[in-house]
Design a protein around this ligand. Structure first.
Ligand code: XIL
Length: 378
């Protein structure tokens, strides 16, 4: 009897603890967007399978971890206006709906770019280059139609993408050879006229090269001198294990901030693979033939490489966090390693590990490293 009484007392004493463990909810884990709030937006590019909700695991990561989105492809001119005057907004509308439903900052990428632009844009019915006047009119029509459609909803636009070479000279694109350097201010003017409240950006890669960096600073100052709106320079972050060095990246950020614009780190990913050519850049048509020795980690990253990757990505995020007064947004170019275009660029058919979430959509160590670094700086 005494034993039963003792047992009953013990059970009663334990009850609160039992109760506690059975009803207490798991503490929600801090997410990237929570940890980085007040510093900068943290975004991702979305592919069409995420936009349409087919990649459910990807969508879950996007809504949990990120507060900004950009479309990886569907807002490029070849998708939006495949034929002269025939627009296709199906995917882009769905993308913008997704961003709004989830209260995300939506960036439009991109209005004027030499790549992923349909051939008709520059040619007449017999395939000859159109005149400066006609190309300007086509630019105006494209920009006005697209920006007006998403007025007030898409909050910022990559107006001009990749207009310069690494040495800072103008890229020999059709926009440049037909219109001349005025195509840049014209594009900014057309975009601003269509949505005066939208933020407007110039976006490029390899901006850590002094020539390119200085030409962008000059461009920003000239646009401002002409009374045109430019809010930020987008720094595509297609980085590798051996390029760029942090000091050069920081010097570019500082130069853009000193020119009176914000910095957006756009298209961030860190390739874990050997670099197949120097100054690899991100011009999408500069492709290398597959070489097996350039694809060494098909079965997973060795620990030493994974650690080196984490350390390098961490040092970039530390730079961003330490300079968050200059940076409005950091956007990853995709969610999981399986999504990344780096599996096929600059060499198709490789297995790369460039993003924050692995092929099973699990966060890599870097995610908690970033969260800790952000909390340290709160
Ligand atoms: C890439 C996409 O990720 C790929 O899916 C597509 O096949 C080619 O374009 N600079 C940019 C991005 O501004 O739009 C490019 O995105 C990568 C380089």
């Amino acid at each position: 009897m005494k034993l039963i009484k003792q047992l009953l007392i013990m059970m009663l004493l334990c009850l609160p603890f039992l109760n506690c463990t059975s009803t207490k909810k798991e503490e929600p884990k801090t997410t990237l967007k929570d940890a980085l709030s007040g510093k900068f937006l943290i975004g991702t590019a979305m592919n069409s399978s995420q936009i349409w909700g087919k990649d459910t695991l990807g969508v879950k990561v996007i809504t949990q971890q990120f507060d900004a989105v950009v479309a990886e492809n569907c807002m490029k001119s070849m998708h939006l206006q495949p034929k002269d005057g025939e627009f296709d907004f199906k995917d882009a509308d769905q993308f913008v709906d997704f961003g709004e439903r989830n209260n995300m900052f939506i960036t439009g990428h991109c209005l004027i770019w030499h790549s992923q632009v349909p051939a008709w844009f520059f040619t007449d019915t017999v395939g000859k280059d159109v005149s400066k006047e006609i190309l300007t009119e086509r630019m105006k029509n494209h920009i006005t139609t697209v920006v007006s459609r998403y007025k007030g909803r898409v909050k910022g636009w990559d107006v001009v993408n990749e207009a310069l070479n690494d040495d800072g000279t103008y890229r020999n694109s059709k926009f440049y050879t037909i219109i001349g350097k005025d195509f840049i201010p014209l594009a900014f003017k057309f975009a601003h006229d269509a949505d005066p409240d939208a933020e407007l950006y110039y976006n490029d890669y390899n901006e850590w090269y002094a020539g390119k960096r200085d030409s962008i600073v000059k461009m920003v100052i000239q646009l401002k001198d002409q009374g045109l709106r430019i809010d930020a320079v987008g720094m595509q972050g297609h980085i590798g294990m051996d390029y760029p060095n942090l000091e050069d990246y920081k010097a570019a950020m500082d130069s853009f901030a000193a020119a009176g614009v914000k910095v957006m780190v756009t298209e961030l990913e860190l390739s874990a693979l050997p670099t197949p050519r120097p100054n690899v850049g991100a011009n999408i048509s500069d492709i290398e033939i597959y070489r097996k020795e350039m694809n060494p980690y098909t079965d997973g990253l060795p620990d030493s490489v994974a650690t080196a990757w984490t350390n390098r990505m961490a040092s970039f995020f530390k730079l961003f966090i330490d300079n968050s007064d200059k940076i409005e947004r950091v956007t990853l170019w995709g969610v999981s390693d399986a999504d990344s275009w780096k599996n096929d660029f600059p060499m198709p058919g490789r297995t790369d590990y460039p993003l924050l979430f692995d092929r099973n959509h699990q966060p890599k160590t870097i995610v908690s490293t970033i969260i800790q670094e952000a909390k340290k700086n709160k």
